[in-house]
Write a protein that binds this ligand. Structure first.
Ligand code: C2E
Ligand code: CA
Ligand code: CA
Length: 275
């Protein structure tokens, strides 16, 4: 009965009448959502594999929709990119994330603990935005964090699409760090890696998934870890879901890790239990 109800609902849903109309509505709704502050940011810990300490967090946007509930980014980020709404959205996320990094820093009582780093995702449209560098600088200054605490994440394919890395050099001149996201799933060649102004490689989840079952994956991840060491880059293993994967990554000396096993994305706690 439930599925029948849903089918009927969809049949008469006015937005379904035309994909174009629906897209238009969605765009308006998204624009309003940004104004109405329905866009919230969750944070997922990034952990030092040897000590278990939280050294960084990744900011991940969600849409707190009044009717649909918490909408994941996969359902609205692509359209936000197409329509250019990603620019104001990204600006909001960046500002929030920098403020949060500062709050955690202020709540830290141990002076020996390094200030937490904050990872923020950027897409092609944002890289092309002429105002990007000024925005980044404004967020850093407004929050009072050090530029080196901010890590911009970009995927390989987006990097290729963005054509040109000048923006990266500008960002890096500010002291901001750059991480290559989902490494291993795009097109990067060794020469590419060599020429990019990078600080960190994030090893994509599919490589981590296979870590328990076979030697092949573990030697592959090991190879990336070695490559990163040669290029003097930090490594973050993404999507760690099991104790076995964590143990394998520790053995490979992967450095840093992120994944449901270590912590899910969630609203920011007032302070971090960092060990
Ligand atoms: P991403 O940058 O690769 O982010 C990691 C995604 O993997 C997140 O999904 C995270 O919740 C999920 N994840 C983390 N650990 C695990 C795990 O152990 N297992 C599994 N199955 N998943 C895990 P999320 O939050 O749904 O974000 C999806 C994508 O949306 C992100 O992928 C990123 O590309 C994009 N995104 C999120 N926030 C932003 C943003 O503020 N700006 C832009 N431009 N893109 C964003
Ligand atoms: Ca990311
Ligand atoms: Ca990723």
């Amino acid at each position: 009965a439930k599925s029948k109800g849903k089918a009927r609902f969809e049949l008469f849903e006015p937005q379904m009448a035309s994909a174009v109309l629906r897209r238009h509505d969605f765009k308006e709704e998204l624009a309003k959502a940004i104004e109405r502050e329905q866009m919230i940011v969750q944070y997922q810990p990034i952990v030092a594999l040897d000590s278990g300490r939280i050294v960084a967090a990744e900011a991940l946007v969600r849409w707190e929709h009044p009717v649909r509930g918490l909408v994941p980014p996969a359902e609205f980020v692509p359209l936000a990119e197409e329509t250019g709404l990603i620019v104001p959205l990204g600006r909001h996320v960046l500002r929030e994330a920098c403020r949060q990094a500062r709050r955690w820093q202020d709540a830290e009582t141990d002076p020996d603990v390094e200030p937490i780093r904050m990872h923020v995702n950027l897409s092609v449209a944002e890289l092309r935005d002429p105002g990007l560098v000024d925005n980044v600088l404004a967020s850093i200054q407004e929050s009072g964090i050090e530029p080196g605490q901010l890590v911009i994440e970009i995927t390989e394919s987006q990097l290729v699409a963005a054509a040109g890395v000048e923006r990266f050099h500008e960002l890096r001149k500010l002291g901001v760090k750059i991480a290559l996201d989902d490494f291993g799933t795009g097109y990067s060649s060794l020469s590419y890696l060599h020429s990019l102004p990078l600080d960190t490689l994030k090893i994509a989840k599919p490589f981590i998934d296979g870590l328990t079952s076979g030697r092949r994956e573990s030697s592959f991840v090991g190879m990336i870890v070695d490559l990163a060491r040669t290029l003097d880059l930090e490594v973050i293993a993404e999507g760690i879901e099991t104790a076995e994967q964590l143990a394998a990554l520790r053995e490979l000396k992967a450095g840093l890790g992120q994944g449901y096993f270590l912590g899910r994305p969630s609203a920011a706690p007032p302070r971090l239990a960092r060990t």
